[in-house]
Design a binder for this molecule. Sequence first.
Ligand SMILES: [Zn+2]
Length: 96
Amino acid sequence: MLDKIILNRINSMSVLELRELKSHIDSLLPPAVVYQQKPAKCGCKRCKEGGPGHGSYWYAYFTYQNKTYCVYVGKEKREIDPLKELEKKKKRGGKK
Ligand SMILES: [Zn+2]
């Protein structure tokens, strides 16, 4: 539980201070992840002709440091760790 003193401090803060506090808290928290299922399109004839794509695959979206990322999850939904995924992306050479 939050300390009463901290709560009182927060309650007496100006909008400006609250915004600052919020961005500080956001920098401490891991990014929130949104999962979305959608068909994958490849380069095959059917896809190129506007077909429905293949299966349904899960993607994870999250925003980190004002950038939105999309991570391919796969056929089965699983929870991802956004910060770990970012590190993986970096290791791959930072290609977009
Ligand atoms: Zn295809």
